[in-house]
Design a protein around this ligand. Structure first.
Ligand code: GLN
Length: 190
């Protein structure tokens, strides 16, 4: 069985742990460097990227996560997690790992009240995916090598780059487990 770490400092980590179980892997809540040992992949959940960054710094997790990535472990970043994975942020100098060559605008769809739900047509899935966007970042541009797996109104919302996956919506809060399943099968090896 694959072991998937879920960064559990802030945000929607519990729901991700539940989905990881549903797709047949073992979830490991990650709060310390030791929790990263032996995991096959890592999920960076939605929440608040600035708060998560402060906690990543104070829990001393930035370098260990970089090392994990350098070892070829897969990562899935959802919503705030996708901001942390992006290389470029528009009008923001806040921290990011920068693992995916794409440009993202935080809160790109507007404020909290502009949060929305929609059925996305994702060509790799045979039926639509109900996606919940909560103060979501907007992906403005993807560079070479980034595969766009889903779009909403012309902007990428689900992307795949090597063994990294990012969604600007929250795949963990519906009953649909296909994105976690895809992550496990295509980005994580034991
Ligand atoms: N707006 C948040 C941020 O900038 C992301 C929102 C979310 O993860 N639902 O970090």
């Amino acid at each position: 069985m694959k072991t998937i770490g879920v960064l559990s400092l802030q945000g929607d980590f519990q729901a991700h742990c539940d989905v990881v179980k549903k797709v047949g892997a073992i979830p490991v809540p990650v709060r310390t460097k030791r929790d990263l040992e032996g995991i096959d992949g890592l999920i960076l959940p939605g929440g608040e990227s600035t708060t998560m960054t402060k906690l990543l710094l104070s829990f001393d997790l930035i370098e260990p996560i970089r090392e994990m990535h350098a070892k070829g472990r897969g990562l899935l970043g959802t919503c705030a997690g996708s901001i942390l994975l992006a290389e470029n942020l528009v009008e923001s100098s806040q921290f990011r790992f920068g693992f995916i060559p794409m440009t993202v605008r935080r809160n790109g769809y507007g404020r909290q009240i502009q949060s929305f739900e929609t059925d996305l047509d994702i060509p790799i899935f045979s039926t639509s995916f109900h996606a919940v966007f909560i103060r979501a970042p907007k992906i403005l541009k993807c560079d070479t090598g980034v595969r766009i797996l889903g779009e909403y109104e012309g902007n990428p919302v689900f992307v795949h780059y090597n063994n990294l996956l990012a969604t600007t919506f929250h795949p963990e809060i519906t009953e649909d487990t296909r994105i976690h399943d895809y992550f496990l099968k295509n980005c994580v090896s034991t």
